[in-house]
Design a protein around this ligand. Sequence first.
Ligand SMILES: [Zn+2]
Length: 349
Amino acid sequence: MDQPQPLFDDHRDWLAHTLALNDKPCPQTTLTLPGGAQLQRLDTGLLGYWPPSGSGASGLILSAGIHGNETAPIELLNALVTELVQGQLQPRIPLLLILGNPPAMVAAKRFIEHNLNRLFSGAWKDYPDGYEPHRASQLEAACQEFARYCTEAGLPLRHYDLHTAIRASQREKFALYPFVEGRQVPREELDLLRRSGIGTVLLQHQRAGTFSGFSSETLRAESFTLELGKVRPFGENQLSALSRLRDTLVNLMEEHPFEESGEADLPELFQVVHEVIHTGPGFRFYVADDVANFTEFPPGTVIWNDAEREYRVGDLPEAVIFPNPNVPVGHRVALMIRKVSSGVAQTPC
Ligand SMILES: [Zn+2]
């Protein structure tokens, strides 16, 4: 936007305002948009949007920059906010919009002191001070308040936490579906992912301190962590690579009807079959350092061993995801995953 915007203290847009404030808070203020909707600045990098009449059929939380150097989704969210302020985007549903870690965004780093995406569901309480624990508690509170509004209005809640990956991936875009005992991915959610250009979903196998884990478990939202390609600095992203996601989000916000899609089009589901843990001296991990996520290994491949044990790929091919052998003893080195054969959502092991 070229005009200075009072909601953003005369900075050119939401992102510029957020970067300028860095780790400082800012007071609440509200902008009434031309159609009567309210755009509320709740704090630094935190906006609430309330449609002019009625409240639509769902509530949506969109977050980016939980890892500060994952810039493409930050730019996508900022562009949507610019369209909101200018009146080109006119959502019919309430929104909570979040730029997660402004100091890390300024520093062009994943995080400053603590990985923010491990501090949710109260994990921040284990860290007495520092920006990230404070931010995790603040984001939880903002989401809880938004969820309360949606519950009172009878609106189901969605949350997309947008990320980009450090590592190359055989499947450029994929979604992580947080583990909640006994649930399956609803067909409608798979359909939205497909429309967003995301052809792969990994069903997570245990609880985690991630943002989407928090919103799934505590707020009962349909939440996904979306991994949208590789990390690049601000200004070097091809936002066209995210155009299908953008269009889907706009449709969801403005409540345009979607057409039905065939079953064959839905994303492929993967489940975790084995968690590789660093077992101590003698532990050997046979996956190369630079291997891409979703690289597949044939049955019988030795993945790791130590003096007493070994792990081989079972009767069906397995793929590796998030490999990182440089972790302390007892920590996770990688996950071994396998396609869910029936194509129907199942509770992973
Ligand atoms: Zn990330």
